[in-house]
Ligand binder design. Structure first.
Ligand code: S3P
Length: 176
């Protein structure tokens, strides 16, 4: 069974995903990293050269390539929930957990990580906050569980994600 982490940029999906997988000796597929490795270019370069639509197509392809019978953690890009078909597919793969954090926390993290997320530069802080507010209902509709990701404690968040997984797993019949 897969456990998928969704949430806005800066919510910690990749870090928490890796840690959750390590705890369970399972694998973690980080879609952005996989897309970049396959394309031989960074996500920012894909956005700049091919546009967001092409990136979304690659993201969709990465999601479709997930082995339905596999097991582990999927660290999704923040925009994966934009497409209805992605939301459906994610839910059909297992448990979906929304790492939710306040806008203030996310903005502070995005400001300090100095990374190269293309939408940060393209939309600016006001546009990004609008996107955050617009996406919240999409995260809510996709997730089976919502966890507060304001804590800067990866270990504790990973522990809670693992607990969501256990809660969702069908219990084995007790032996007679
Ligand atoms: C995006 C989020 C990014 C990456 C791309 C688009 C988005 O992933 O997929 O830049 O639309 O929110 P992270 O959420 O891991 O930063």
């Amino acid at each position: 069974m897969w456990i998928s982490l969704i949430g806005f940029m800066g919510s910690g999906k990749s870090t928490v995903g890796r840690r959750t997988a390590e705890r369970a000796f399972a694998s973690c597929i980080d879609f952005d990293a996989e897309i970049a490795a396959e394309a031989g270019r960074s996500i920012a370069e894909i956005f700049a050269r091919d546009g967001e639509a092409e990136f979304r197509a690659l993201e969709r392809r990465a999601l479709e390539a997930v082995d339905r019978d596999g097991d582990g953690v999927l660290a999704c890009g923040g925009g994966i929930v934009e497409a209805w078909s992605n939301r459906e597919l994610l839910r059909s793969l297992g448990v979906v957990v929304w790492l939710d954090a306040s806008w203030e926390t996310l903005r502070a993290r995005l400001e300090s990580d100095g990374g190269e997320r293309p939408l940060v530069g393209d939309l600016g802080w006001d546009g990004l906050e609008e996107l955050y507010l617009r996406r919240r209902p999409l995260y809510a509709a996709t997730a089976h569980f919502r966890l507060r990701a304001d804590l800067d404690d990866v270990e504790e968040t990973a522990r809670r994600v693992a607990a969501c997984r256990s809660a969702a797993r069908p219990r084995k019949e007790a032996s007679p």
